[in-house]
Design a protein around this ligand. Sequence first.
Ligand SMILES: [Zn+2]
Length: 613
Amino acid sequence: MSEANAEPGMNWDLSAFFPEFNGPDMKVFKASLREDVKSLLESAGGLDALCPENAVEWEEIFLRSEETLSRLVHLGSYVGCLTAADAGNEDYMKEEGNLALLSAEFSKLEVELLRSLKQIPDDVFESFCQRESLAGAKHFLSRTRIESKFTMSAELEALRADLGVDGIEAWGRLYDTVSGKLEFDMVYPDGKKERLPISQRRSLMENSDRDTRRAAFLGGNAAWETVEDVAASALNAISGTRLTLNGYRQVPHFLEVALFQSAITKKTLDAMFEAIFSEIELARSILKYKAGAMGIDRISWYDMGAPLPFPDLDPISWEDGKALVQIAFERSYPNLGRFTQSIYDKLWIDWEPRSGKRPGGFCTSSMEIGESRIFMTFNDTMGDVLTLAHEAGHAFHSFTLKEERAYSRLYPMTLAESASTFGEMILADGVIADADTEDVQKAMILDMEVSHGAVYLMDIPVRFKFEEAMYEERSSGELSVSRLKELMAETQREVFGDVLDEGGEDPYFWASKLHFYITGATFYNFPYTFGFLLSRGLFARFKSEGPDFLPRYEEFLRLTGNDTAENVAMRSIGCNLEAPDFWVEAIRSMGQPLTELQELVPRVLPKDGEAVS
Ligand SMILES: [Zn+2]
């Protein structure tokens, strides 16, 4: 095997994707991909819905579409890596535009696949799934068939797609434009005044100084007030369009779409929320404890993202950060440790802080070459080390799926974060168990862990409850600005209870949270809580059963694209996601890090302005 070589100006080796950007190999690859999508569309367009007479032709189209999908993902993954690592490069941007056009063409092919299975008899469908070449694709085909039942006629769907550009999607774009231009007046505690883009508000609301957080909160909401009518119109139009389409598509309830996208049943969703609300005192006690440590009785909305005021830590170098992750993995999960060492050796990570890099982190994978790449910016903090463990977990998930066909690698958002959160938990557990770790570092990790828990168990349930109530009300008319504010504040009171200060609600959260305005996915929030709790449940089992659990964990990952979430959990680890017990256990696992944090804090927090040495 040849030595790994980084791309010029970047840390990762992308040569397994293409030897050079827009070199001869890549040009041939793109041309044949375009040609194949075009010819597939032509062939599919000439066929009636699936019947015994045309089953051979449709089989061929499904197989070639699968193979085309894999190549499209390969190209998308490569271009995504380049644009993230060098955001200002116009050649990469242009390529991203070409790719969007090609993806739009491919989505027309997906419409044809839906059409092929719409209203066909069960026996025709079953015998199609029995074809040898489609072994292992039954889950994908069944989902396509269910989706086809809730589509309108081809003409109406085409009209919807065209009108959507100037309708629901235009409302989403309007929100993005208005929020992108929005500025607020930040009045710092020392009296200094500054006009800032609203995008900077979030980090100010995570400042360890409470007056700074409050000023950002108040200044930000004064700015949202100036655009409240635009935001309310967008929210009413987006939800109204969805409800109307649901009616035409004969979708029985607005939550059905989200349940289908998440590959879960209503019973599972209800079980999770039942557990969250029966155990809500644990989540509230996290915030009560943090309030006490900050010297206040109750929190306001702007205190939720506040860290405890720990003294500054020494920076962690990239080499040390890598070693922390690898050693923690190796110790408790040797397969994951070996895998992680191999991705370091093969240069799969772009980590260096450089100007022109996009913010955030991701892991992207190509089914064509069975490899992943990790994008992140390592700024020498413990949070960045956790990000590395998170993204390495995603890469390991893809690695377990390597032998699966493309159609059984398409896992839902609810199962997407299991491996990454599992990786984070192994790292946190390892660092905390290590005798060499300083107390303050341990406390910081525990604070991050319990604070994440509070977001997943309180903030996200607020978003879900609000959205659910809003859709109920929207079905009989538009909601006014004052009703939206009232509903949001009421929901916050209900979930947070007495831990939230009187008047500490955020009545404009429906306007400032962009997740409500994502037009491509409905109820975008709860899958995060689902994934967080599911991986905590998995980790709790690993802790109690030890290494014997790991083969079943890998089976869980391998099945994620092959079945519903309930069946994946039942088939691999024997858990019943439709019963609240599983979720209760996962939530109660938050108790231990909270107790540990409470024990550590008196030893590490500066008291009365004096740092503890
Ligand atoms: Zn992730």
